[in-house]
Design a protein around this ligand. Structure first.
Ligand SMILES: NC(=O)c1ccc[n+]([C@@H]2O[C@H](COP(=O)([O-])OP(=O)(O)OC[C@H]3O[C@@H](n4cnc5c(N)ncnc54)[C@H](OP(=O)(O)O)[C@@H]3O)[C@@H](O)[C@H]2O)c1
Length: 306
């Protein structure tokens, strides 16, 4: 998301109103284990249900127990033959990211798909208990920490996939390493989504030669709970735009599901997708130097992945 000064152009770019034809999902998810964040709402909830319908067992990471139980009920209704499960963590907190990753690693000998999807936008610069900017911690560091701490379980699955939800909002962002956590609102959000693409780029480079792939995506501009807690005029702007332009969560989940399950992307790694097709991200998102630097910084902050 960029500045709200140019809302029309912005929303047109973020929206994927004329979604391309959905692909066939032919990889077969029977027997596969999917670990997903942000599945208690929005596109994550729809993607989790869709993958369950295709036969997968879903393990959600959630912070809200009531919403998690609702999601589990929905998953069991979609596919009662699998033992779907939930782990609990506030993914804005480093200690909780690490604890929940350790719990999952202990419980799951292999993970076929890791979907890093939890995220938010906040109008103001809010600090977590670790002193991190809230969006940076949740939208980027949780992806980084969970992936690094679960990588052996992904390797154990063979051709595992890591799917991270980024955004077209990355296009206006530039990484200023000295002020990475000083930002807020649409600009700060865009920075974290640029981080998602650079993270995927570096991750794919580090995974080269293994069977594990990493890709990321833009879901479209989607009418979910996204922005509802943003605060300020940002919340109002997003609410109006959602009414005018947004896709349904079912449309928004398509590229996530595609990357998790389609045979078309088997072996493909390091790419950014929109509407079930690879697209070139911004120039800033293609910097190998920044990708490596961001990885090293994230490892220093989190104490993992170094
Ligand atoms: N909607 C859009 O137009 C759009 C466009 C581009 C990219 N995206 C990205 O898509 C992803 C999913 O967003 P959405 O649109 O589906 O929004 P959403 O309906 O607000 O869902 C966000 C999910 O993230 C979870 N979450 C947020 N903070 C968390 C935390 N600290 N710990 C654990 N879970 C947390 C939420 O859990 P709770 O249920 O507990 O709140 C919820 O399950 C995000 O990464 C977002 O940046 C969205």
């Amino acid at each position: 998301m960029g500045r709200l000064r140019h809302p029309r152009g912005l929303w047109r770019r973020l929206g994927s109103i004329s979604a391309r034809r959905p692909r066939e999902y032919t990889a077969g998810m029977q027997g596969k284990t999917v670990v997903i964040t942000g599945a208690t709402s929005g596109i994550g909830a729809v993607a989790a249900r869709s993958l369950a319908e295709q036969g997968a067992r879903i393990v959600i990471i959630a912070r809200d127990r009531r919403r998690a139980q609702e999601t589990l009920r929905d998953l069991r209704a979609a596919n009662s033959g699998q033992a779907h499960g939930a782990f609990y963590a506030d993914l804005s907190r480093l200690g909780e990211m690490k604890r929940v990753a350790a719990e999952i690693a202990a419980a799951e000998p292999r993970i076929d798909i890791l979907m890093n999807n939890a995220g938010l936008i906040a109008a103001h610069n809010r600090k977590t208990e670790d002193g991190l900017e809230l969006m940076f911690a949740t939208n980027h560091l949780s992806y980084f920490v969970l992936t690094n701490l679960l990588i052996e379980r992904l390797r154990a699955a063979g051709a595992a996939r890591i799917v991270s939800t980024a955004s077209e909002a990355h296009r206006r962002a530039r990484l200023d390493f000295g002020r990475l956590q000083d930002q807020k609102g649409a600009r700060g959000y865009g920075t974290t989504k640029l981080c998602n693409i650079l993270f995927t780029r570096e991750l794919a480079r580090r995974l080269a030669g293994t069977d594990v792939t990493a890709n990321c995506l833009h879901p479209g501009f989607v009418a979910t709970r996204f922005g509802d807690d943003a605060g300020g005029v940002l919340r109002t702007g997003i609410a109006i735009a959602k009414r005018l332009f947004a896709l349904s969560p079912a449309e928004g989940a398509k590229t996530m599901v595609y990357l998790a399950s389609s045979l078309e992307v088997a072996g493909r790694s390091g790419a950014y997708f929109d509407r079930c097709a690879p697209v070139q991200p911004s120039l800033a998102a293609r910097s190998d130097e920044d990708a490596t630097r961001l990885w090293e910084l994230s490892a220093r902050i989190s104490g993992v992945g170094g």
